[in-house]
Design a binder for this molecule. Structure first.
Ligand code: F6R
Length: 595
């Protein structure tokens, strides 16, 4: 999705904007641009990566204020003319925008009729023209009037030649202000400014901020408001590659620490009591788990866990589907799971749930994110910043939060619970074993690399693991991969099996084991090569499968953790051997802020 940045201070804005933009690359983008104000405005943009823009920047772009953008095309193809910033007729106003203007066609027609001319296909271009139309000496006022006419979602920064400040505004799209020393920053994401400051203000919907080098003023419907300043605890070091070839590999290797930190925080800190999730009754009544993508797979695993340990039914929903259901949505408690806390489908579902009077708990990784501010209760995962587009450590951290919830409120007896907590505390070591055993996984990646189609199968609590393994493989290696409940393959998909379609089977030591063996035999009978993930000590599966990846023994409920880590590595090594841009896969974005 698009990313936006702004700078105003005493330094040259160009290099700062480009550095901030480089931290937004993981959001996914197809073009980028900057505008710098030094007397006149200079705009430089193209359908290239940030590095390429930097290398071709003409000398002499000078100015101590500026705005920048990474664009993920929605209206109009990726091209120089459609890249942001966009300007008005007189070349005095420039705008960067994240979001979608739903009524842009109507506004464009109106403005064209009034003599404004447009050069791009974007929805965004109406904004600088509207601001131009309403400008009478006060930029913030013109922006406010312009936005009154706009229907849609936006985070914008507006800059005007000769005006002393940048104007920022948001609605349904995140925007923060980074507070510096005689300089200030604006960005769609916190990591963009962390090289310069860790003090931030989160703008709320309908806020308009006027940002100068020395001051930040926020207003809402014309009246001044005080927005709290937050100190961000992540450092940029947390977000650097630290010697790994890719962020994804670094993040996969951080998982033992993530598990340790999460358990430590939930076990020892103030959150070890009911303060963490709040009163247990609503969780044990009718509960809904809601998320998208990888986080949805965590929700699916959560359903197995909670049903098993609470003994009550739990519903899971894809947020993107939930928003189109007409039925009665009343549940006693909803948990939304979202790494970024900014996924538009999730936020829309949260609005719907809150509107229906349902208390919502958000499990999120990003402090201050929109979901964290909308929820009645927030449980933070302890994954640290996740830069790679493909979610890895945040997923494992989400599982830890769900394990904790399940154990906190389960009806199992205390000795059984203590036993599970002990096993949970062994997980960092078990995950480390998987990471240390990567030579076999690397070999399996060599077997997958030449195929176009794959299937991942699992049963029970490892069915979502198969879905997650398939999602990881397809998103970073571009190999078509489908995650299936192992028992479902025979209901149609068998038609696609054969020597050209390998199957990755996740075999757990639980009550699904025998059925998985039968399934593997059926798959082998159709000549598909089988890579099986098995627990240490298993002698049987090796006789059926072509290749075996062994993971450490754990209690069955924790098997998704070790199995997922092995599948993350499998996807990583396959994508690497295919020469794919692992951290920034084509067409994808880290936080999906449009629905
Ligand atoms: C896949 C991936 C996505 C996200 C999904 C939801 O690796 O990262 O599927 O899980 O876009 O994002 P969040 O968790 O930020 O709501």
């Amino acid at each position: 999705m698009c990313g936006i940045v702004g700078y105003i201070g005493e330094k040259q804005a160009g290099p700062i904007l480009l550095n901030c933009l480089s931290w937004l690359e993981c959001r996914g983008y197809d073009s980028c641009g900057i505008a710098v104000a030094g007397g006149d405005l200079t705009v430089y943009k193209n359908a290239v990566r940030v590095k390429a823009l930097e290398e071709t920047l003409p000398p002499g772009i000078k100015g101590t204020a500026g705005i920048g953008h990474t664009r993920w095309a929605t209206h109009g193809e990726p091209s120089q003319v459609n890249a942001h910033p966009h300007g008005d007729c007189a070349g005095k106003i420039v705008v960067v925008h994240n979001g979608v203007i739903n009524n842009f066609q109507k506004l464009r027609q109106q403005l064209s009729g009034e003599g404004h001319s447009f050069i791009s296909e974007t929805d965004t271009e109406v904004i600088p023209h509207l601001v131009e139309k309403y400008y009478d000496g006060d930029l913030a006022k013109a922006v406010a009037i312009a936005l009154d006419e706009v229907v849609g979602s936006y985070a914008i920064i507006v800059m005007m030649a000769g005006e002393p400040g940048l104007v920022a505004a948001r609605k349904d799209s995140p925007l923060i202000i980074g507070i510096g020393d005689r300089e200030n920053y604006i960005a769609s994401d916190v990591p963009a400014v962390l090289d310069y400051t860790n003090r931030v203000i989160y703008l709320e919907d309908d806020d308009i901020g006027v940002i100068t080098a020395d001051d930040v003023k926020v207003t809402r419907q014309g009246a001044g408001v005080d927005r709290k300043r937050h100190r961000i605890l992540w450092s940029m070091e947390d977000a650097r590659k630290g010697g790994y070839g890719h962020f994804m590999l670094k993040e996969i290797h951080e998982q033992p620490k993530v598990i340790r930190d999460t358990i430590q925080a939930y076990l020892l800190a103030e959150e070890s009591t009911e303060d963490l999730f709040g009163p247990g009754d609503t969780y044990r009544a009718s509960m809904l788990l809601l998320a998208c993508g990888t986080s949805y797979h965590a929700a699916m695993i959560g359903k197995y866990l909670l049903e098993e340990l609470f003994g009550t039914p739990v519903r899971t929903e894809l947020a993107s589907e939930f928003n189109y259901h007409g039925y009665n949505i009343a549940v006693d408690r909803a948990i939304v799971i979202t790494q970024s806390g900014e996924t538009a489908d999730v936020l829309k579902a949260m609005k719907r749930l809150t509107g229906a009077g349902c208390p919502v708990t958000a499990i999120t990784n990003v402090m201050g994110s929109t979901a964290s501010r909308m929820a009645q209760r927030v449980v933070y995962t302890r994954a640290g910043p996740e830069i790679s587009v493909a979610a890895t450590k945040s997923f494992i951290a989400q599982l830890m939060a769900l394990y904790w919830l399940a154990l906190l409120y389960s009806k199992i007896d205390i000795s059984q619970r203590d036993n599970l907590v002990t096993k949970m505390r062994q997980l960092p070591g078990k995950v480390q074993q998987v990471l240390d055993n990567d030579a076999v996984i690397l070999k399996c990646a060599g077997q997958l690399v030449g195929y176009d189609h794959t299937f991942f199968v699992g049963r029970g609590i490892n069915f979502p693991v198969a879905m997650e393994g398939a999602l990881k493989l397809k998103e970073i290696s571009y190999i078509h991969a489908e995650g299936y409940a192992a028992g479902e393959l025979k209901h149609g998909t068998f038609a696609l099996l054969g020597r050209e379609a390998p199957v990755v089977a996740v075999v757990a030591q639980d009550d699904t084991y025998e059925a998985m063996l039968t399934g593997i035999k059926e798959i082998k009978a159709r000549h598909s090569p089988v890579i099986a993930l098995v627990a240490e000590g298993d002698e049987t599966v090796g006789e059926l499968a072509d290749t075996v990846i062994t993971v450490p023994q754990t209690d069955a409920i924790f098997s998704p953790v070790v199995n997922t880590v092995a599948l993350q590595l499998l996807a990583y090594y396959t994508a690497k051997q295919r020469g794919c841009p692992i951290d920034f896969p084509r067409n994808l974005a880290k936080s999906v802020t449009v629905d």
